[in-house]
Design a protein around this ligand. Structure first.
Ligand code: NAD
Length: 265
């Protein structure tokens, strides 16, 4: 099947480099004919994002730091311009916590990092949805990224687990709010993948090995696999689906106990 997303225009927020999950999803949408626009966070990442956007013939609509509402408004104004006023889909692949608090105990989280992590990793999806709604005049699809640490305790995930739980709840609330406009809201719960953001999580190599040995598929997932599932959610293939948290994690979320045949880590 090719051309599933022909004529669809989408904004991709959260590419840092070619290892980003957002890049995997962007490539899959491009392969199916979508026209893409990209934001970047700061000058250092601009240097990474511009060549990637060029690779898929995409637009670059500017710097966006979700802690600064003016930059969100600016990239939406530019998106409106380059897409002629209409947006069909949006990917939010943005999260942040102070690295020092992604190790040790959750209970030691500071108020400052808690509010900042919630703002960047949870509220930003709502802030972006408010702008996207205005451009999705013909319906649309919003997708965000979450992790199993929202559902169960994970070592070192700490405040991010709490922020992801709130993000997943916001998916359900926004799905209900925006459904009458045929705007769908979903999340992919991805298994662990070595990215820039993941490198901040304590013992991440251990988490990767644990998932590899104990998931039903006995391996980790790739950004291309998350990309294909992301394309499904952002396209009309998933037109009857909203409010969903969909696991792309080699099946790890169904496991209740360590695989007794797994090697030691
Ligand atoms: P990444 O480092 O490639 O992407 C994270 C992005 O967040 C970057 O592009 C960064 O610029 C952006 N960001 C952070 N703070 C921001 C701010 N204030 N304003 C605007 N952008 C900001 O890492 P990734 O792993 O691809 O992360 C994408 C999403 O996937 C995140 O929500 C992450 O929590 C989620 N996720 C990752 C994994 C994993 O193991 N890598 C697993 C499940 C979910």
């Amino acid at each position: 099947m090719a051309g599933i997303m022909k004529g669809k225009r989408g904004l991709i927020m959260g590419v840092a480099n070619n290892r980003s999950i957002a890049w995997g999803i962007a490539k899959a949408c491009h392969d199916q004919g979508a026209e893409l626009a990209f934001t970047y966070q700061g000058e250092a990442l601009e240097k990474r994002v511009r060549p990637l956007a060029a690779e898929v013939g995409g637009h670059v609509v500017g710097h966006c730091d979700v802690t600064d509402g003016a930059t969100i408004d600016a990239v939406f104004a530019e998106t409106e311009k380059v897409f002629g006023g209409k947006l069909d889909f949006l990917l939010h692949a943005i999260a942040f916590s102070d690295k020092d608090e992604l190790t040790g105990r959750y209970v030691d989280t500071t108020e400052g990092n808690f509010t900042r992590s919630m703002l960047i990793s949870c509220y930003s999806f709502t802030a972006i949805a408010q702008r996207a709604e205005k451009l999705m005049t013909d319906g649309g699809s919003l997708l965000t990224l979450t992790y199993y640490g929202a559902e169960k305790w994970m070592p070192h995930y700490n405040v991010m687990g709490v922020a992801k739980a709130a993000l997943e709840a916001s998916v359900r609330y926004m799905a209900a709010d925006l459904g009458e406009k045929n705007i769908r809201v979903n999340a992919i719960s991805a298994g662990p993948i070595k990215t820039l953001a993941a490198s901040g999580i304590g013992d991440f190599r251990y988490i990767l090995k644990w998932n590899e040995y104990n998931s039903p598929l006995r391996r980790n997932v790739t950004i291309d696999e998350v990309g294909d599932s992301g394309m499904y959610f952002l396209s009309d293939l998933s037109r009857g689906v909203t409010g969903e948290i969909h696991h792309v994690d080699a099946g790890y979320h169904v496991v209740g106990m360590k695989n007794p045949h797994a090697p030691d880590i």
